[in-house]
Ligand binder design. Structure first.
Ligand code: GDD
Ligand code: MN
Length: 380
């Protein structure tokens, strides 16, 4: 570091920085395009946690709006504010996990950046954890005194359905397992860490379902507020992430989460494959192997685009990379397809049941394509 640079950097620091003691509570805040909310959030936390030694870890995924640069500036004035700046990655759950791992505080909270979570209950949550008889305190919208605020009927119904599904599948004793607002003890987090799926946006559900021992839970009511600045990042695609999380939790990490998504896309591919195959083979009377080749090619392209959007959403190929990715995926799949046609034709010749033959070919191809495309197409 040159002397000049250091002098410039120091010029921004306050005359006497307060002596820092390690924080007792860290608030981990996933943030994507939240530049307008950072100052409001930090001021609100400061008011809410008077007398507590806290720090806030803002985890930004290189937001184009300059969230990271702004947090860096704020942190130069207030050392309780910290930045974890990720590059080339996206994902709410993984951002939370890495933020929690980046602090040494014995108690950690997770809270959104957009002020929809009511920071005024942080002190009560911290006090509750301090009693020592619970591992986790959830800010809940579904206990007496809490609420979902001004939600549309559709979103409210969707949230209820997802909540019911989660409770059924993961047996968590939490009224609001979909909440992104909670506080937990470090030891409880560390115990759950090896089992985490870290996929999608339901990190609380993930932690609760990954804990080796059932968590001792308390809930503190709050009302979900309206977002004032910026916009929500959750779109229709998060439903796909949510399905992946539930399946991963149900089958207990049997295969990588990405394979679950890849295989689900593969099933869509099978539908496409059969649509083309039956049209050609049955309706147009094209030979079986020719129909099989065409069906494989069409399904391959549709699989590539779906996987790029769904399975590899966090490292989606764009622009020129999309073209080279599509080419490498096709090369991978041509080899896969040769195996597919080979296996299918061999079976077809030997037992002449065409549906089974085609399915066996598809299964061989799925595993091959997954492994090879992970190495050559979405290689990061
Ligand atoms: N680092 C990072 N990376 N942060 C992200 C990403 C990402 O890919 N996606 C979203 N975030 C941040 C947002 O900036 C915000 O601070 C927080 O995660 C929640 O995202 P919103 O886009 O505001 O989502 P929401 O308001 O629809 O959902 C919230 O409410 C749900 C309850 O229904 C979230 O808190 C959910 O976790 C919560 O379950
Ligand atoms: Mn929000």
């Amino acid at each position: 570091m040159s002397g000049r640079f250091l002098a410039d950097a120091l010029a921004v620091a306050p005359p006497q920085a307060p002596a820092m003691l390690p924080a007792d509570l860290a608030i981990v805040v996933p943030a994507f395009n939240e530049v307008a909310n950072i100052d409001i959030l930090v001021a609100a936390i400061d008011r809410a946690l008077e007398g507590v030694r806290w720090e806030v870890v803002i985890v930004d995924d290189n937001s184009p709006d300059g969230t990271a640069a702004h947090v860096r500036e704020v942190a130069r004035r207030d050392p309780r504010v910290r930045l974890l700046h990720r590059y080339g990655r996206r994902g709410l759950s993984s951002a939370c996990v890495e933020g929690i791992q980046a602090t040494t505080a014995p108690v950690v909270a997770v809270m959104d950046a957009d002020m929809q979570h009511d920071e005024r209950i942080l002190a009560a949550m911290f006090a509750r954890i301090g009693q020592g008889d619970v591992d986790l305190v959830v800010g809940s919208r579904y206990v007496e005194g809490g609420g979902i605020g001004d939600w549309s009927k559709g979103r409210a119904a969707m949230s209820r359905l997802a909540t019911r599904l989660a409770t059924r599948l993961t047996r968590t004793p939490i009224s609001d397992p979909m909440s992104g607002f909670f506080m937990l003890r470090r030891d409880a987090f560390l115990a759950a860490l090896p089992g985490l799926s870290s996929v999608g946006f339901k990190i609380l559900l993930d932690i609760a379902a990954s804990s080796p021992k059932p968590l001792r839970v308390a809930e503190v009511p709050y009302t979900f507020r309206l977002r004032q600045h910026g916009e929500s990042k959750l779109d229709a695609l998060v439903l796909w992430d949510y399905l992946q999380l539930l399946i991963d939790k149900m089958i207990g990490h049997l295969v990588p989460v990405r394979f679950v998504s890849f295989a689900m896309v593969g099933m869509v591919g099978v539908a496409v494959h059969f649509a083309v195959l039956t049209t050609l083979y049955k309706a147009f009377g094209t030979s079986f192997s020719k129909s099989q080749v065409v069906a494989t090619l069409v399904a391959t392209s549709s699989n590539f685009f779906l996987n790029n959007v769904l399975t590899y959403r966090d490292q989606r190929l764009k622009g020129f990379d999309l073209l080279t990715g599509w080419i490498s995926f096709n090369i991978v799949c041509v080899i896969g397809a040769l195996a597919n046609v080979g296996v299918a034709r061999w079976l077809f010749v030997h037992q002449s049941y065409w549906v089974l033959s085609a399915l066996a070919g598809v299964a061989v191809t799925t595993v091959w394509n997954y492994a090879m495309s992970a190495v050559f197409t979405w290689r990061r």
